[in-house]
Design a protein around this ligand. Sequence first.
Ligand SMILES: [Zn+2]
Length: 390
Amino acid sequence: MAKRPDAVHELLGAVWSKAVERAKEERDALVAEARHEGGNFPFAAWDWRYYAEKIRKARYDLDEAELRPYFQLDNMITAAFACAERLFGLTFRELPDAPRYHPDVRVWEVRDAKGGHVGVFLGDYFARPSKRSGAWMSSFKSQHAIGKGQRPIIVNVLNCVKGNDGEPALLSFDDARTLFHEFGHGLHGLLSNVTYPSISGTAVSTDFVELPSQLYEHWLSTPEILGRFAKHVKTGKPMPEELRARVKAARNFNQGFATVEYTSSALVDMALYAKEDTSALDIDAFEAETLARIGMPAEIVMRHRLPHFMHIVGGYAAGYYSYMWSEVMDADAFAAFEETGDVFDAKLARKLKDYIYAAGNRRDPHEAYVAFRGRTPRIDGLLKKRGLAA
Ligand SMILES: [Zn+2]
């Protein structure tokens, strides 16, 4: 989607300068903490995590045990479905007798607002021996319209822990976000409306594919969804406003550091692939020069230094920027909803479906985004999301 290195630099550069600014403020707070404890040494990169963890614990500690009771797996599945119903008119009917590859797997038929068959959605939520760890979306059948056409069969795989003896399974907030993330990929597969299988659903550019999934995560944190579905497993009471605020504050903590750590790796990755002659490349010197040029704070180390950044060859190959690229878009896309005053705005949801979720790779992703948003992506949403805005 980015097409030119310039486009990446323009976008990452703007995020970079804001992140460095914030990281310096964070550093000053960490140094103050170290001094406060009587530490009178020059603060260095290896001190960061230690002092950041102290401050995090003191100011933002979220007790996992306090949060979990609000995130019942079944409620979060219902929440993800409810969100899809409000945005895209989809309904989900469980098919208890449908064939499945493991008894834990649940199967739903997905229908559109007019009752038409959209596809089949499988949820394989629980960890079990022999199952690969992590979370992902995959399709057993992709949508296409050749001949009689084919509707998709989509699966979301997670690794949640089952509840004890008949008790409901509870999730961490991160797990709940992962569920929404994978369901966003799932919708990208389910809503696909293209002719050819090669451009169906998630068969889009690497720097575009995380947009539908990362965007979907935003709805989880809205009062409409959290308020309705994050209910205490014992009392049935919704999550208190105060706890919701703490979750948000904890998420923004140390984001200057996190953004600098990631973005420096992305910028160095880009710089390396911009070199035409690498025959006499001294990789350590190159890394040091590049970091000096972009103004890397001395107290932060890149997330992936070149000698250990295995994926940089063959894998990312000047593509590590794509996470941030997608995040700029997901934040900007969600801001579009916020700007209407209704995070389920019907007119905008219609565009989102037509130009993003249903479009597969049938048109240029930049054009598709502009058709949805009415303009090119801006970084303001991301700065707000990461707490980097002034
Ligand atoms: Zn993803």
